[in-house]
Design a protein around this ligand. Structure first.
Ligand code: 2DE
Ligand code: MG
Ligand code: MG
Ligand code: MG
Length: 317
């Protein structure tokens, strides 16, 4: 199943969101306009806006309100990636040259700031301080996660809990609040809001674990960036943690880690049981995502949320 098939019932509202994204970053300043649309035009799955719309389906669905959450969430995600590519010194994103490579770091930093500010312009159109607070608290968490990731670079002593907290901050929270804010913006009940948050959180955790697996197993063509880049950057993700602490040949792996033999570590992880074990944890989160939906009315939208969770576990890029 492809994501576009899953999104099919939303195509007309998603086309609208797409146009609003364009409009949001429109500016007469030529470099800023080109740089800001560069990443947005490179594709991307638009998962966060879809989560917002789906969340809104469990309240009083109103695209005119939901767009003030859906567009900002995609913009914040995009802004964070433009900055992330500066920090990670990345050449490729979504199969395309990054803003920082096409222009330079200065342009990329301002472009990220600009996209971020545009997101704030839109979300503050909604006179709902609860929404503003949830959004800003989440961005604080994302920043904390990134700082912590720097602290944990090349730290093989970290435990699973630390890894999970990092991916929660990096990925799961933004997905959780996408679902949650869609529901809040359309005045859904507290119970619905809570369930949708739990769904988004668990699906997001599975999404990032899969991402970390794909970084080892995927090929450059599909990923749009070189494989094994996490480990090369010193970012120790779940498959690597497993190899070091739990795998049958952990002792051999530790030698590779001590001597910094990255290519061999990547081969070890790809060929051993590490990927399967990581996959098992992703599956556990997917089951929790599905369970969170249990108390919601059975309808097409719930079906769609389940399909998306399923897609998260199966995706190849
Ligand atoms: C992607 O992680 C990281 C995303 C969050 C970056 C957050 C920043 C602070 P990866 P990939 C920079 C917040 C900034 C804002 C809101 C403007 O593991 O593999 O590097 O996709 O992911 O590069
Ligand atoms: Mg990064
Ligand atoms: Mg990165
Ligand atoms: Mg990654």
């Amino acid at each position: 199943m492809k994501l576009t098939d899953i999104f099919w019932p939303f195509r007309s509202d998603m086309n609208y969101i797409e146009r609003e994204l364009d409009r949001a970053i429109d500016t007469k300043e030529p470099v800023l306009h080109k740089a800001a649309s560069h990443l947005l035009k490179a594709g991307g799955k638009r998962i966060r806006p879809v989560f917002v719309l789906l969340g809104g389906k469990f309240g009083n669905y109103d695209i005119e309100r939901l767009k003030y959450v859906a567009v900002p969430l995609e913009l914040i995600h995009a802004a964070s990636l433009v900055h992330d590519d500066v920090i990670d010194d990345a050449e490729l994103r979504r199969g395309k040259i990054t803003v920082k490579s096409k222009w330079d770091n200065r342009i990329a930093m301002y472009t990220g700031d600009y996209i971020f500010a545009r997101a704030l312009t839109l979300v503050t159109e909604l006179p709902n301080p609860q929404i503003h607070k949830i959004l800003s608290n989440t961005i604080v968490e994302v920043c904390l996660g990134e700082i912590e990731q720097i602290r944990d670079l090349n730290n093989w002593d970290q435990n699973l809990r630390r890894y999970l907290r990092r991916i929660k901050r990096k990925t799961a929270l933004l997905m959780a609040i996408s679902c949650q804010l869609g529901a809040i913006a359309t005045d859904a009940s507290k119970d619905v809001v809570r369930r949708l948050y739990a769904y988004g959180y668990n699906a997001g955790m599975a999404f990032q674990i899969t991402d970390d697996i794909l970084d080892f197993t995927g090929d450059e063509k599909k990923l749009g960036k070189p494989a094994g880049s996490d480990l090369k950057q010193g970012n120790i993700t779940l498959p690597a943690l497993y190899a070091y602490h739990k795998s049958q040949n952990a002792a051999a792996f530790r030698v590779l880690a001590e001597e910094n033999r990255t290519d061999e570590m990547i081969r070890f992880i790809r060929e051993g049981e590490c990927i399967n074990e990581a996959q098992k944890l992703a599956d556990r989160y997917l089951m929790r995502a599905a369970a969170a939906l249990d108390g919601l009315p059975d309808n097409r939208n719930k079906e769609t949320l389940l399909k998306i969770a399923h897609f998260f576990g199966e995706r190849q890029s």
